[in-house]
Design a protein around this ligand. Structure first.
Ligand code: NAD
Length: 313
């Protein structure tokens, strides 16, 4: 089958809920899923970049586009992700299509300002939409996914969450929170065939159009993000517990790396800040000498080898 065939990874019979699908990346996901046969819940509050106001038109237009372009099945939902009605988005899927198979936690806002100026309202507003919103939506979908022994969840993280970014302490905290949230859900969902992954995209949208130069924006088409979201959501894809970074046609995986480090003798005499001072280079060494711990840990028990080695000293 050719790389362009839309038959190999189709979503016929699948129900996908996409938050913030009235614009930007979410709209692309909605159209691409619908084109491949999925039934789509298009959620969007239709507010400003900062999350103010609302307008049903955003979600309605995408539903209309899906119906007109592909004769697809889609319904709109206008509830605010993160708010009290978040679970209602899943109810919309159940009422319209009888189930929920895939959720894309995508809705987001920005309240950028330096940490020195950031008040608690600006912090909480961003955490509420991105992180609490993903929690509430996934919580409502989880029992259905467990029951049917199938689920795909994509959390939208960000390079700002993985690496930090000036003026985005609230956003970075929420975005890395989404990664940890996904890593735990991946473990709890594994035996129910629920795969949970995080993506950290960079794309042209109203979030980036004022902060990146035009020649870079030109390369960052949102259509370059959608293929990985669909790939990870497909029933034949077994990938879980993973983080992917993607932009401008680049797709790569991000993982944790632990230094080979230094095991200190837990004897009081040696276990001092000075001992650390003298071995600081070794603590930070990634050259795997003198021993090799689990280099790319992905679960808590990956600490066990270190504990066993430390006990032997
Ligand atoms: P966007 O502003 O175009 O899209 C976000 C959508 O979410 C909007 O349509 C908005 O109305 C909707 N929304 C906001 N708050 C909502 C709420 N409470 N309930 C329902 N809908 C709500 O931005 P985008 O670039 O398409 O962003 C999509 C996601 O990707 C966000 O989570 C964003 O943080 C993330 N992201 C984007 C980039 C990028 O480069 N564009 C980079 C990293 C992460």
């Amino acid at each position: 089958m050719s790389a362009n065939s839309k038959e190999e990874l189709n979503f016929k019979g699948r129900v996908v809920v996409i938050t913030g699908a009235g614009g930007g990346l979410g709209r692309h996901y909605a159209l691409d899923f619908a084109q491949r046969g999925a039934k789509v819940v298009v959620n969007d509050l239709g507010g400003t970049l900062g999350g103010a106001g609302h307008d049903n038109k955003a979600a309605d237009l995408v539903v209309k586009e899906i119906k007109e372009k592909f004769g697809g099945e889609a319904v709109a939902n206008y509830d605010a992700v993160g708010g009290e009605q978040t679970a209602n988005i899943i109810d919309t899927a159940i009422k319209a299509f009888g189930k929920v198979d895939i959720i894309i936690n995508n809705a987001g806002i920005l309240r950028d300002t330096s940490f020195a100026k950031m008040d608690v309202k600006q912090f909480n507003a961003v955490v509420e939409v991105h992180l609490t919103g993903a929690y509430k939506l996934t919580k409502a979908a989880w029992p259905y996914m467990r029951e049917q022994k199938f689920g795909r969840v994509i959390n939208t993280a960000s390079p700002a969450g993985l690496y930090g970014n000036f003026g985005q302490a609230n956003y970075s905290a929420a975005k890395l929170g989404l990664v940890g949230f996904a890593e735990t859900l991946a473990k709890e969902g594994f035996k129910y065939n629920i795969n949970v992954n995080s993506i950290a995209p960079l794309a042209r949208s109203r979030m980036t159009e004022d902060v990146l130069p035009p020649h870079i924006l030109k390369e960052l088409g949102p259509e370059k993000i959608s293929p990985l979201v669909l790939y990870l959501s497909h029933e034949s894809t077994k990938v879980t517990n993973s983080i992917f970074e993607l932009a401008a046609g680049y797709y790569g995986q991000i993982r944790w790396e632990r230094s080979s480090g230094q095991i200190f003798n837990p004897n009081e005499k040696y276990f001092t800040p000075e001992a650390i001072l003298h071995k600081w280079k070794d603590v930070n060494s990634f050259d795997n000498k003198p021993f090799k711990p689990v280099e790319h840990p992905f679960q808590l028990t990956d600490y066990n080898d270190l504990i066993v080695k430390a006990k032997k000293l």
